[in-house]
Design a protein around this ligand. Structure first.
Ligand SMILES: [Zn+2]
Ligand SMILES: [Zn+2]
Length: 155
């Protein structure tokens, strides 16, 4: 996918956005939460929980798995990261304040994931749920395939 030319900018803006939102909500982006958010933002690929545990234990943290999972829950609840169910892993959210209509496109060639937003998809799902008389809580749309970059590289 490689839609970003300078990934440091992605990381910096994600972290400062998270700091800002935490300040506004009066919640704390503790050292462990921040570190995990950084680990997840290392790339635009999804990160598995055990990779996070691995990296954390290589640092100066004495964080046990429950601490890491609690921090992941915090990051999920506040929209700083998303869970990619089909990969059982996590991805950083570039727009934590406006992530209610997102879907994910997942390139199985470069493993990068892009978060996209389209009200049309949400509207379609909502209308189908009404027909099913079902009150949905979460919508997670994950689309697997190949990004344009990877398609071009194959030619
Ligand atoms: Zn980037
Ligand atoms: Zn790709």
């Amino acid at each position: 996918m490689s839609n970003c030319s300078n990934h440091k900018i992605c990381i910096d803006s994600a972290l400062s956005e998270a700091e800002k939102i935490c300040q506004q909500k009066n919640i704390r982006l503790t050292e462990i939460r921040k570190t995990i958010l950084k680990i997840i933002w290392q790339s635009h690929k999804a990160t598995k929980a055990y990779d996070i545990l691995d990296q954390i234990s290589g640092m100066n943290f004495s964080a046990k798995p429950p601490t890491v999972y609690r921090a992941l829950d915090f990051l999920l609840e506040n929209g700083f990261i998303h869970k990619i169910n089909s990969l059982n892993s996590y991805i950083g959210c570039p727009n934590p304040l406006q992530n209610d209509q997102c879907y994910f496109i997942i390139c199985s060639s470069c493993d990068e994931i892009e978060e996209c937003s389209d009200k049309g998809i949400t509207n379609a799902i909502e209308s189908v749920m009404n027909k099913n008389k079902f009150s949905h809580k979460n919508i997670a749309v994950e689309i697997n395939g190949t990004c344009n970059n990877c398609l071009d590289n194959r030619k």
